[in-house]
Design a protein around this ligand. Structure first.
Ligand code: DGY
Length: 330
């Protein structure tokens, strides 16, 4: 029995992943796996040791999968499966060069992320965090005519930077709030997706100028790195609300601070920052018009379990040499 076990492909799981994925790996009888059994990231030195000789790795977004790590793993490594839709933590060139297949988790988290994005948008535009703070700290004197007023979605123009599955899902949820118009920009028009939400393709400049609400839904790539900078913020409306649930790297945070603190835009809701966690002394925390969440957009029990199950199934299919349920084409 021991000998049979040891011939199974070796897998390292870099984090305690939700139970659905673990069950799939255990019940498959297809792999022998070791897991970093903690809620916190595995130290890099430990990770580099543990991946040595592995056939597969199941990771989360805090692990940088680069040349150093792939060299440490060695030539047995065939499959890298990440429990995330984002893949900016992976050096795709290095993976491709080594012929390593990559699995990721699109679609299963779209609903949860869209839902949270709407919640964050409303919390920011209607100043909910400020309001609860005022209520419990004595700021609630009496009913006042313009106190804690915000901006409403009805009759507004909503802009989407990077129209994919998540952008569409956000727009579908916002539509019943009587949004007047959806506009978007991307590297090229996405007519099929745009049709679903009757969104108009515009330039980045027009997106900045016309949006009352701007939702950032693009992947972090060299092209989108720092794309939300002073150049963009300075063209936006004074009443505009900026929402980012993609990756912190798309935003120049110094420029955002400037725009928020000088009233160039009205507010920002961020689920993602640079770095993560954002240190508690960061200036953005001092702003009442900035709502910061600790990267929780996909954090529902159902979704996190679906993500771990999909990551496990991608890994197993890859190791069998079969098409993965969700494979990233390199
Ligand atoms: C992802 O999947 O990339 C999110 O950031 C976490 O769910």
């Amino acid at each position: 029995f021991h000998r049979a076990m040891s011939t199974l492909p070796k897998v390292y799981v870099t984090r305690k992943v939700p139970p659905d994925g673990l069950d799939i790996l255990r019940k498959s009888g297809q792999v022998q796996f070791e897991m970093w059994d903690s809620d916190d990231p595995v130290p890099r030195v430990e990770l580099l040791k543990k991946v040595k000789g592995c056939d597969g790795i199941l990771c989360v977004l805090t692990e940088k999968i680069d040349a150093q790590l792939l060299d440490a793993a060695g030539p047995n490594l065939k499959v890298l499966s990440t429990m995330s839709v984002g893949f900016d933590h992976l050096s795709l060139d290095e993976l491709k060069k080594r012929g390593i297949r990559v699995g990721y988790t699109p679609e299963v988290l779209t609903d949860a992320v869209a839902e949270l994005t709407v919640a964050l948008l409303l919390a920011t535009s209607r100043r909910l965090i400020e309001a609860t703070h005022e209520a419990k700290t004595g700021g609630w004197g009496t009913w006042r005519t313009l106190w804690l007023c915000g901006h409403e979605l009805a009759n507004s123009t909503v802009g989407i930077l990077g129209l994919g599955r998540i952008g569409v899902a956000i727009a579908e949820r916002l539509k019943p709030f009587k949004v007047k118009k959806f506009i978007y920009t991307d590297v090229e028009p996405r007519p099929e997706l745009a049709k679903m939400i009757e969104a108009e393709y515009v330039s980045l400049d027009e997106l900045a100028k016309e949006s009352d609400f701007l939702a950032i839904c693009c992947a972090l790539t060299p092209e989108t790195h720092g794309i939300c900078n002073w150049n963009l913020f300075s063209k936006m409306k004074k009443n505009a609300i900026f929402i980012n649930t993609s990756r912190g790297g798309v935003v120049n945070q110094e420029d955002l601070y400037e725009a928020l603190s000088t009233g160039v835009i009205a507010g920002a809701g961020l689920d993602v920052t640079t770095p993560e966690p954002l240190p508690t002394h960061h200036p953005l925390y001092t702003l009442k018009n900035c709502v910061i969440l600790p990267h929780v957009a996909s954090a529902s029990y159902t979704t996190r379990n679906s993500m771990s199950a999909l990551a496990a199934n991608n890994l197993l299919a890859g190791l069998r040499g079969e098409p993965m349920p969700k494979e990233l084409k390199l």
